[in-house]
Design a protein around this ligand. Structure first.
Ligand code: PLP
Length: 304
């Protein structure tokens, strides 16, 4: 078995990725009982680390999970995973699992919550060299798990709907899938939020989705650039009739969708609003009010 390069923090120690293992009795593994967050590092700087850590803390609280370290120390651990790996660009994940109950009791309150962090090479839903071609997606018939069952605003590993959506996409010759809700309106895809643009107006689903940090960033950038944007119900038909469609994720930023169900979106090329947002998004990675140097996070969160 080979593993990606990188460094993990598990059971209070830093180890190579190949040694980062959890017990099969961890509720995180047995029941997807965990929350997580992913922040990326680009050219030695975390992008919006504070926003990711805040979301992670909120998710943990919602699931009755307790973070065993302070938020500053968490940031320090993430930074140390990156520096030990020697990466300039990295995909950095923090995970809090319910953990193992020493008696294998069925009461989640008996389990010891476990923090795991890791840095691996930067991961892309759509690589920069694929940007001009754009992403091809299908609107899958598979419904997103209803938000009243599993709260999508708490970042979670309930991914079977997404994984089946991906197989649906591969069967239909596409790269990824967008799932809809019980009413057939757009929800989100495996690891990304979706936006449509019609006659210069941007729209993105308001509920039933993760409040993605890149989604929030795209909304802020649209405001900054003066593009009107609505958070509302977005029908699947709107995606099919859109001039532009793009998706947002920490795993790649703002990425154009150029084919839906094998049909071109607009003229089949990246549209001007997507391009403007994408360029501003990457420019913000060097702006100190949106990003934190890895060394600064390391210095601010030393081991106690
Ligand atoms: N939606 C889902 C279901 C996700 O898993 C993710 C990221 O992994 C996103 C949206 C995008 O969120 P972010 O922009 O915070 O990476």
């Amino acid at each position: 078995m080979t593993y990606p390069a990188g460094t993990a923090y598990i059971e209070g120690r830093f180890v190579p990725m190949s040694e980062a293992k959890i017990s099969v009795l961890d509720w995180g593994f047995l029941h997807s009982d965990a929350t997580y967050d992913v922040v990326h590092v680009w050219k030695g700087r975390f992008f919006r680390l504070d926003v990711h850590v805040e979301r992670f803390l909120r998710s943990a609280e919602r699931l009755h999970l307790t973070l065993p370290v302070s938020p500053q120390r968490l940031a320090g651990i993430l930074a140390e995973c990156v520096t030990r790996s020697g990466f300039e660009d990295a995909y950095v994940e923090m995970v809090l699992t319910r953990g193992v109950s020493p008696t294998f009791s069925r009461d989640p309150r008996d389990a010891h919550n476990q923090l795991i962090c890791f840095a691996i090479p930067f991961g892309w839903i759509l690589k920069p060299e694929q940007r001009e071609a754009g992403l091809s997606v299908v609107l899958s018939d598979i419904r997103r798990i209803p938000p009243d069952s599993v709260d999508p605003t708490v970042k979670n590993y309930h991914w079977l709907d997404f994984v089946m959506g991906l197989y649906d996409a591969y069967d239909r010759g596409a790269q990824s899938a967008v799932l809809t809700d019980a009413q057939g309106n757009l929800a989100e895809g495996p690891g990304f939020n979706i936006f449509t643009v019609r006659q210069g107006r941007i729209a993105t689903p308001a509920r039933g989705v993760l409040r993605g940090v890149t989604r929030q960033t795209a909304i802020e950038l649209a405001t900054e650039r003066g593009f009107p944007l609505d958070e509302r119900v977005v029908s699947a038909a709107e995606a099919l009739a859109a001039d532009e469609v793009f998706v947002t994720s920490t795993a790649g930023g703002i990425m154009p969708v150029t084919r839906i169900n094998a049909n071109p979106v607009g003229d089949g090329r990246m549209g001007p609003i997507t391009r403007a947002l994408l360029e501003t998004y990457w420019a913000k990675h060097e702006d100190a009010s949106w990003s934190t140097a890895v060394e600064a996070a390391l210095a601010a969160g030393p081991a106690p």
